[in-house]
Design a protein around this ligand. Structure first.
Ligand code: NDP
Ligand code: F7E
Length: 305
């Protein structure tokens, strides 16, 4: 199949390009020649490349601090990019699009697993409201095109928090896992006895290895017709932030203690996806947390330092 992957130089996109290139013909032009904020240029490129399927993995992405500092920018850019890609696909007659959402589209303050039909049932988390509103607008546009036009077989997968090779380790952009890897590795090198955790460490998160998302997308392409049009992609279980830091300390080989900065942003207390739908479709995430963290730390040592 001829695939066009947006954001092919990002964490998710670069892993998709690597993982799917053997089985498929993959095109993944970068932002220098394919600026997704420029609707006309997106239409021209999509029409010229005429892919069988677009995987939309581009976006303005960042951790809690980056989002909270620029909610308007995250809303604007992610909405524009997503709508430009979908509209260009529609105009060029691209039959299939797999759009990537995010678990932050669901209501905050839910202790139970978040199901696909929980969308629009409560207020959003303010630290990333701009990003969430954009993700909702784009997935809705995909769903409405699908409903209005039988030629638009456009679907959205909703991943939980992700980490892995190609992640961004530099603050303030980083998500928790790459930030913790960097802080703990710095402490190991410097012989520091303490590392700081944002918040009290009791918030829970579901972090999935990015290779598992690539595995899911590979299956989605193979079994496209049965893939639900809106589907969560996660592990179905989560850990506290303190538990992630402890596991990362083990992987890095650092034996110090943690201190908590409770003045930092914490965001949702829990953000755990229900994976019942993906499970019934026949997919499970294959990588354990320890294996995923080991591979990510190896990548960090090879490239990011
Ligand atoms: N990381 C995570 O934890 C999660 C990510 N997702 C979703 O997965 C997708 C990929 O995220 P991730 O790989 O982590 O993010 P990255 O920041 O690693 O990658 C984003 C990519 O989008 C590209 N991009 C940004 N703006 C533009 C633009 N104007 N024109 C063209 N390309 C652009 C970037 O290009 P450049 O390299 O030039 O900056 C980069 O290649 C996003 O949709 C994100 O919302 C969903 C859930 C969790
Ligand atoms: C993918 C997802 O990512 C973001 O939401 P988030 O889940 O809050 O992501 P995060 O990884 O930044 O934080 C997770 C938790 O971890 C705590 N935490 C501890 N110590 C550090 C730390 O050092 N850095 C960071 N970033 N967080 C830390 C932090 O306080 C929070 O409680 C949004 O961009 C959202 O838009 C989105 O889609």
């Amino acid at each position: 199949m001829r695939l066009l992957i947006t954001g092919g130089r990002g964490m998710v996109g670069s892993n998709l390009v690597r993982g799917l290139s053997e089985a498929h013909e993959v095109q993944a032009p970068g932002r220098d020649t394919f600026d997704l904020l420029d609707a006309r240029s997106v239409q021209e490129t999509v029409s010229r490349l005429a892919p069988d399927l677009i995987i939309h993995a581009a976006g303005r992405v960042g951790g809690i601090a980056a989002n909270a500092a620029a909610n308007a920018l995250f809303l604007y850019e992610n909405t524009m990019m997503g709508l430009n890609v979908l509209e260009a696909a529609r105009l060029a007659g691209v039959p299939r699009v797999l759009n990537l959402g995010s678990s932050c589209i669901y209501p905050k303050d839910r202790d139970e697993q978040l199901r696909e039909d929980d969308l629009h049932t409560g207020p959003l988390e303010p630290t990333n409201e701009g990003y969430a509103v954009a993700k909702i607008a784009v997935l809705k546009y995909a769903a409405m095109l699908r409903n209005d036009d039988p030629r638009c077989d456009y679907k959205t997968a909703i991943p939980c928090n992700l980490y892995g090779p190609g992640d961004h380790f530099e603050p303030p952009r980083s998500h928790m896992v790459p930030s913790a890897i960097r802080k703990i590795d710095d402490a190991r090198r410097a012989g520091d006895a303490e590392v700081e955790i944002w918040g009290d460490g009791t918030a829970r998160r579901e972090f999935m290895y990015v290779g598992d998302l690539v595995d899911f997308v590979g299956h989605a392409i193979e079994r496209w017709d049965t893939l639900p049009p809106l589907v969560n992609v996660g592990l179905g279980h989560d850990y506290t932030i303190n538990e992630y830091y402890a596991e990362i300390a083990d992987v890095v080989g650092w034996g110090g203690t943690f201190v908590h900065d409770t003045s930092k942003l914490v965001g949702m207390k829990r953000k755990l996806l229900s994976v019942d739908l993906a499970d019934a479709w026949g997919w499970k995430a294959p990588t354990s947390l320890t294996d995923g963290l080991r591979r990510t730390y190896e990548h960090y040592l090879e490239t990011a330092r």
